[in-house]
Ligand binder design. Structure first.
Ligand SMILES: Nc1ncnc2c1ncn2[C@@H]1O[C@H](COP(=O)(O)OP(=O)(O)OP(=O)(O)O)[C@@H](O)[C@H]1O
Ligand SMILES: [Mg+2]
Length: 260
C-alpha cells in the first residue's frame, strides 16, 4: 500500500501552550485510522491541521509527497459530532450546495444541464447514505442519525480521498450508532476512502479501524501542564478486524478505560 498522507515532526502550539509535539505519521491510502486519547489531548487539533484549516506551528504535512494545500482543495471532507447542516435548506439543497460551491464558486448556483447533472449526483449520494426517500425534508424534521447521514453525504459529494470524522457518532444512541458503523464501513469500501476518525469509544475505534492511534503526552511537567504536547504514544496496526459491537453492548469510553 502507498503512503497517502505524511506528518513530519508536526507541532501545534497556541501561544506558550504546546498541544501536539513531534507527531510523525505515515497514513496509507485505503486505511481506516481510529484516533483515541483523553479529552484535550489535541485530537481535533490534529484533524484541523490535516484538513488544512490550521497550519502547524512547526513541521510539514505531505499529501502524495507534496505539501498540503489549503482547505478549499476537495481532497478532504469532514464530518463533526454536531450536525453541520444548513437548517434553511432541504436534504437535497444541503447536498447540492457543496457541489454548487465547488463547481460555480462565484454564484454558488448551477444552471441547466449542469444543475440537472448535479441533482442526479446528489440524489445518488443521498440514496447511498439511506436518505433517498427524504430529499425534501428539512433538518428540523430529521433525527440526529438522519442529520449525520446528511453531513456524511455533504462531505462525500465532493469525492474527497480522505474523510475526516471527529466523533461523528458521539451524539447518537447505540442502535443508531450500529447502523452508522455499517454505513461508514460500506462507504469506506465503495468509495475507496482513507478515513481518519476521532472517537472516545474504544470499541468503535477497534471495530472500525485498520489501525488505532492513541494521542497522549509522553512527558508531563506538573508545574506547567501546557509545556509539553501530546504525540502518538500507541500505534496499533490491526491485522484482524474485530467483530462489530452488538447493538445492546454498552459502549466503553477511554475515560472508563483510564479510570479502571
Ligand atoms: N484556537 C485555540 N486557541 C487556544 N487553545 C486551543 C485552541 N484550539 C484548541 N486549543 C486547546 O488545545 C487543546 C487540545 O484541544 P482539542 O480540541 O484538539 O482536544 P481534543 O483531544 O479534541 O479534546 P476532546 O476529546 O475534548 O474533543 C485544548 O487544551 C484546547 O483548549
Ligand atoms: Mg475534539
Amino acid at each position: 500500500m502507498s503512503v497517502l498522507l505524511s506528518l513530519r515532526d508536526v507541532w501545534v502550539e497556541y501561544g506558550d501552550k504546546v498541544v501536539l509535539e513531534r507527531v510523525n505519521l505515515d497514513i496509507e491510502a485505503g486505511s481506516f485510522v481510529s484516533i483515541i486519547g483523553p479529552s484535550g489531548a489535541g485530537k481535533s487539533s490534529l484533524l484541523r491541521v490535516v484538513l488544512g484549516q490550521e497550519v502547524p506551528t512547526r513541521g510539514s504535512i505531505l499529501l502524495d509527497g507534496a505539501p498540503l494545500k489549503p482547505e478549499c482543495e476537495p481532497d478532504r471532507g469532514v464530518v463533526f459530532q454536531r450536525y453541520s447542516v444548513f437548517p434553511h435548506l432541504s436534504v437535497l439543497g444541503n447536498t447540492l450546495f457543496g457541489l454548487e460551491c465547488a463547481r460555480a464558486p462565484f454564484t454558488a448556483r448551477l444552471f441547466g444541464a449542469r444543475r440537472r447533472a448535479a441533482i442526479a449526483e446528489a440524489e445518488e449520494m443521498l440514496t447511498a447514505v439511506g436518505l433517498g426517500d427524504s430529499l425534501h425534508l428539512y433538518p428540523t424534521q430529521m433525527s440526529g442519525g438522519m442529520q449525520q447521514r446528511l453531513a456524511i453525504a455533504q462531505a462525500l459529494i465532493k469525492r474527497p480521498r480522505i474523510l475526516l470524522l471527529d466523533e461523528p457518532f458521539g451524539a447518537l444512541d447505540p442502535g443508531i450508532r450500529a447502523d452508522m458503523h455499517a454505513l461508514i464501513t460500506r462507504l469506506w469500501n465503495d468509495y475507496s476512502l482513507t478515513v481518519i476518525m476521532v472517537t472516545h469509544d474504544i470499541r468503535e475505534a477497534f471495530s472500525l479501524g485498520t489501525r488505532v492511534l492513541t494521542l497522549d503526552k509522553r512527558r508531563r511537567d506538573p508545574h506547567a501542564p501546557h509545556r509539553f504536547g501530546a504525540t502518538a504514544v500507541y500505534d496499533l496496526p490491526l491485522t484482524k478486524r474485530a467483530p462489530a459491537p452488538a447493538v445492546t453492548d454498552v459502549s466503553i469510553t477511554l475515560d472508563d478505560f483510564c479510570n479502571n
